[in-house]
Structure formats: structure tokens, C-alpha cells
Design a binder for this molecule. Structure first.
Ligand code: PSU
Ligand code: MN
Length: 310
């Protein structure tokens, strides 16, 4: 990897060089997933949660044509203020943005790529992309899923929203050999709500056990990612009926307006927030914070382990 394309923030580099815990964070959630100023407030709060749990945060983005692992607060503020003016950047968008010296807000897929290049093994987000409803005709499957298949990073999320086909998303992950771990749950969560009607492959109740699973996977050469599903804390769970109604209306609007491709996920997220009068935003913020805490605990557990075993 040529350093002309990757910049690791000094604090992140020092932590990695000393085998100290680091947690990667994405930036599509800042520019496209939440409105300003809640997006910036949340991004900074998430970084503080990671620090308080004993790890170093590395918010990732494309900045002036470089892959960045670690942004400073002024850069995070700019990502939040510019919002959707910053292009959403998944795997296929990287060569263009890098070669043109542009900015980009990284999705789960591209944040995993940056984390892997930098040597960061744990990443916290809100929800991942997946197989869309109707994918049997549209073929709309997020690039996050093949990335989880190939790139050795553990992604802590609150499950997937039912804007997606949750069953098909889990089938895809199974085919691609991606372990789906339920943290203190037997049920795969549906982002805003703790239950989806679908189970997880395995339930693990502690960060230590998750770290041991990661070690077993990577020490045996089973490359690729792991999905850790952490249900939203009960106090912040949204009303399932409100969410289902909002999603149905949002999907309807998207269909009528012909929204397609990379615009569909941000469109649906913004619509749901508009329809629920911001109630879904409060849930979104709290689940991201909860995921950041768990990701930091996993990174701390990995760093405590014997490095020679990895
Ligand atoms: N789902 C959410 N919130 C998000 C996203 C997905 O609940 O912010 C963002 C993430 O960055 C994810 C991306 O990686 O959308 C997936 O987009 P697509 O479906 O176009 O791959
Ligand atoms: Mn898509």
C-alpha cells in the first residue's frame, strides 16, 4: 500500500504501533445518515465513548483524495456541515475520488477497507447495508455484504433496518461464510427494534468471548469479516408499529419517485426520520453510542490477549 493514498492520524498510528486498542468509525452516517448538527454532535460523542472505554477512535473518510484513518474535530464538523454535498463513497467509488483529490463519506464497505489497510480490526457503526426488498428483480445488494465476506474486520452494528429484506441479508452472509454473532441476544435485531423474527448463528455474552472468536477465525486463516449484532438498549427502542408504517410509506415514496442505486438508502433513512418526527433519530443516536462502547470493549479485550496468538 502506497502511503500517498493512506493517511493514518498520528494518535491512531501510535496506538497501532504499540498494539493498543483502536476502533474504526464510518462517515456516511455523518454526511448522509443524520441531519446537521446532530450528526456532528453524535460523531464527537461516539469518539468520546470509545476513549472513555480505553480505545482510540479512528473516524474514516476520503479527504482530499486520501484514505484517512482518523479525522480531527474540525474535519468531522466539515463532513457534517457539508452533509450530502460530500459524495457517499463505497468500494467502487474509491479510485475516482482518490485520483481526483476529492472528499468522500465512507460506507461500511469502504470504512472496512480503510480499517484493514491501517491494521484496525474492530469497527462500530449503526446499521449495515444488505439485500434490498425486491432484490430478486432489482439486484440491489449493498457492497457492504461482499466486503464482510472478504475483509478481516469485525463490524459492530444494531442489525439491519427492515427497509431491507432481513432474511435474504442473513442468507447472503451465511453463503459468504460471515459469522453473525448476537451480543447478549438469540435474535438478530432490526436496528430501531430489538427483534426481527430472525435468529443469529451464535450468541455470545461478553466482549472477551467475541475477541476469542475473532482470534480463532483469523489465526486459522479464515479471512473475512464478522458481524456483531448489538440490539438497541431497551430504553431507546422505537415503537415497532411506528417504524413499520414509516418504512412502508418511505418505500412507497421511493418507488413513486424512482429513487435508485446509491441514493436509495439515504433517501429511505431521511424519509423515515421525517415521517417519525425525529423519534427515529433519537433511537439511531443511542444505538450508535451503544455499538461504539461494545466495539471499544472488544478492541480492549483483543489488546489484552497475547499478540503472538493472533
Ligand atoms: N443503514 C443505516 N444507516 C446508514 C447506512 C445504512 O441504517 O447510515 C449507510 C452505511 O454507511 C452503509 C450504507 O454502509 O448506508 C449502505 O449503503 P448502500 O445500501 O448503498 O450500500
Ligand atoms: Mn444499493
Amino acid at each position: 500500500m502506497q502511503d500517498i493514498y493512506l493517511t493514518i492520524a498520528p494518535e491512531v498510528r501510535v496506538a497501532l504501533d504499540n498494539s493498543r486498542p483502536v476502533v474504526a468509525l464510518e462517515s456516511t452516517i455523518i454526511s448522509h445518515g443524520m441531519p446537521y448538527p446532530q450528526n456532528v454532535e453524535t460523531a464527537l460523542r461516539v469518539e468520546k465513548i470509545v476513549r472513555d472505554a480505553g480505545a482510540v477512535p479512528a473516524t474514516c473518510a476520503i479527504w482530499e483524495g486520501r484514505l484517512r484513518a482518523g479525522l480531527n474535530p474540525a474535519e468531522i464538523d466539515q463532513l457534517g456541515r457539508l452533509g450530502p454535498k460530500i459524495p457517499k463513497a463505497s468500494r467502487r467509488d474509491l479510485p475516482y475520488l482518490l485520483s481526483q483529490g476529492k472528499h468522500g463519506a465512507t460506507t461500511v464497505a469502504s470504512t472496512m477497507i480503510i480499517a484493514d489497510l491501517a491494521g484496525i480490526r474492530v469497527f462500530a457503526t449503526g446499521g449495515i447495508g444488505g439485500v434490498h426488498r425486491g432484490a430478486e428483480t432489482t439486484m440491489d445488494i449493498s457492497a457492504d455484504l461482499p466486503e464482510l465476506a472478504h475483509t478481516p474486520v469485525a463490524v459492530v452494528c444494531a442489525g439491519v433496518k427492515s427497509i431491507l429484506d432481513i432474511g435474504l441479508t442473513l442468507e447472503y452472509l451465511e453463503t459468504q461464510g460471515v459469522p453473525v454473532i448476537g451480543y447478549q441476544t438469540d435474535e438478530f435485531p432490526a436496528f430501531f427494534t430489538r427483534e426481527s423474527g430472525f435468529g443469529v448463528d451464535v450468541r455470545l455474552d461478553s466482549a472477551d468471548e467475541i475477541a476469542q472468536l475473532l482470534r480463532a477465525k483469523w489465526a486459522t486463516g479464515l479471512r473475512g469479516g464478522v458481524l456483531v449484532a448489538n440490539p438497541v438498549p431497551p430504553a431507546f427502542e422505537a415503537d415497532p408499529a411506528m417504524i413499520e408504517n414509516a418504512i412502508a410509506e418511505a418505500l412507497d415514496d421511493a418507488g413513486r419517485q424512482g429513487v435508485k442505486g446509491k441514493d436509495i438508502t439515504p433517501f429511505l433513512l431521511a424519509k423515515i426520520e421525517e415521517i417519525t418526527g425525529g423519534k427515529s433519530l433519537a433511537t439511531n443516536i443511542e444505538l450508535v453510542c451503544s455499538n461504539a462502547r461494545l466495539a471499544a470493549e472488544i478492541a480492549v479485550a483483543m489488546a489484552k490477549d497475547n499478540p503472538a496468538a493472533w
